[in-house]
Write a protein that binds this ligand. Sequence first.
Ligand SMILES: [Mn+2]
Length: 427
Amino acid sequence: MSVKILATGDLHIGKKSSALSTDAKELATKHTWEQIIKRVINDNFDVLVLTGDIVDRDNRYFEAVGPLQAGFNRLREAGIQVFLISGNHDYDVLRQTADQTKYRNIHILGANGRWETKTITINGQEIRFVGWSFPSQHVAINPLLDLKINHQDIPTIGLLHTDLDSKKSHYAPVRIENFFEHPVDAWVLGHIHKPQTIRDNAPLISYPGSPHALSPKEQGIHGPLQIMVESKHNIRFNQIPLSPVRYETLTINITKTLNEESLRKLVVDSIQEFKEENRDNLIEVRYLILDLLLTGEHSNVRKIEEWMSTIQEHFSYEEAINISVRKIDYDLMPAIERLTNLAQEASPAGLLAETILAIQNGNNTPLLNNLIKKWKDEAERINNAPVFYRLKTNHRTIDPNDHTAKREILTQCRRLLAELLIQKSEE
Ligand SMILES: [Mn+2]
């Protein structure tokens, strides 16, 4: 028989999702806590695993204790085992809330920063849990260096709240290779809010991430992990998209958009398309908060920005999903027609057009050669400035060659020319 585990962390009960102007109850993380409890009970999970920072430090007493205890009570009544560790946010509060003399089904592992193992039998299958809890708000040592457990022929699940591959962290930093040094079959981690699987077997190493997206920085699908332990060497997992809030960036190419109406249609269609493509993982989402990035070429970049400012006011869908646009960014290139004619003119606009054509056609002009030389000299000077020394040693500076020079000059010439032409048409 298999053991069915729901694993999550970093819920930060007491917080709510930002960048929304409503006070709906779904925005509060305690609502997602209630959803998780329901899911565990209704879908017959055997174990709930919590990997720390379930309670937010700033809101820990007044807002978190009630919902947390209500949830633990329901799990106790349903006979569900809970294995948990504390993170840097809830190192002190979990112990007070989940009093283990009162809750025989709740197991806080690794108190005082000392590794602890516990083996239980579920559905006739023995399974071992090992975990380590934050003893204080900051821990600069690597906890995996202190772990000593023996090999056993039963599945072993490790719980750790940790900053992976971040050397100078105050949040129990470890390195990926440290995980391979111990007989653990699946590591479930906490601390990082973005869900990510580092390795999918032998051992499985995964951050379930925050099950409730809290800010526009936490984009994409959020939700707990379902882990099916069939045997020591057969552990399957998948994410359950449970967050009621979803932040996303949509990139929309506006090239060839002729007027306000077609721009509006393009934007609405792009959002619709996103919803279609993500239908399966938007089922639980009530609030979709979008950042739009407009790309492409247009003859009047300013017009696009003006049209978008009125479009933004039109977004409010009376649907199951409430969609809002948080911000719009532009990465637009001015499209310039009649370059060849313009290049004949003896004017600043003519010179810019001539330079653009030369770069596009792979030709040289005295002005272009001069610009390339100046750009390379200047880039070289900047690269060698002491203030950028670290960028240089990390190979993060731009290599000043003819190719990079032409690319930058082309962009700037197009911008300048577009500005000139707009000014001209407004005169
Ligand atoms: Mn943390």
